[in-house]
Ligand binder design. Structure first.
Ligand SMILES: Nc1ncnc2c1ncn2[C@@H]1O[C@H](COP(=O)(O)OP(=O)(O)OP(=O)(O)O)[C@@H](O)[C@H]1O
Length: 198
């Protein structure tokens, strides 16, 4: 069985940046956010269930999920979040497991933003890796990249597991509080370690 590392971290902490560093080292990276987007494209596997549960109002003109509208809706009422997650999470897990089977690198990284929130991947991963930075930096990076307003970024952070708990649960931590070179250096060290485990 291939050695599997679950990479997580709060919004904007640098999960995509860190996972790109692993890709550059030849490692297969499976990104559950990419899978979620694939499932909610026009004709995506999740779209008929989303239409049944939420109606046409959540569907954009091209037939994909209207992510902005859905984001607003699930902030309004947590029941909507639960409904959406009940549709998406099993489909994401199934697709992830299929991609794990196809992966060929010495070990695999799965990017799972909600790794510690869901527990869905406890039996899939051998080790957890948290990409961490200070909350202020996290907020600035997220605003810069997503153009979401600060209050919405803070609201998203509040729905995620706390930084303290995430760090407690981490097997490995990337301290992403400097530049890209510092991030790459830490990924290179972890790469050596994971190769030795695989
Ligand atoms: N070490 C770094 N140096 C400079 N910029 C960085 C660094 N790490 C991340 N960033 C920038 O911060 C922003 C957020 O990073 P990234 O997209 O990797 O985070 P993420 O955790 O994947 O975010 P999300 O949870 O929203 O998907 C991006 O614009 C990225 O370029």
């Amino acid at each position: 069985m291939t050695f599997v590392v679950g990479l997580t971290g709060g919004i904007g902490c640098g999960k995509s940046s860190a996972s790109q560093c692993f890709v550059d080292l030849g490692i297969d990276v499976i990104d559950t956010d990419v899978i979620a987007r694939m499932l909610t494209k026009p004709h995506g596997l999740a779209m008929s269930s989303i239409k049944n549960s939420f109606g046409e109002t959540m569907i954009a003109a091209d037939g994909s999920l209207d992510r902005g509208k859905m984001r607003n809706l699930i902030f309004l009422d947590n029941n909507y979040r639960v409904t959406l997650e009940k549709i998406l999470h099993p489909l994401i897990l199934t697709e992830t497991l299929q991609q794990v089977k196809k992966a060929r690198s010495p070990y695999i990284i799965i990017v799972i933003p909600l790794l510690f929130e869901t527990g869905d991947y406890d039996k899939v991963i051998h080790r957890s890796l948290v990409v961490d930075c200070e909350e202020q930096q996290q907020i600035l990076r997220t605003i810069k990249r997503s153009k979401l307003p600060e209050h919405q970024v803070k609201a998203i952070i509040a729905t995620q597991v706390s930084r303290e708990n995430r760090l407690k649960k981490a097997d490995d931590i990337i301290v992403n509080n400097q530049n890209m070179a510092f991030l790459k250096e830490q990924v290179a060290q972890l790469h050596k370690k994971y190769i030795s485990y695989s």
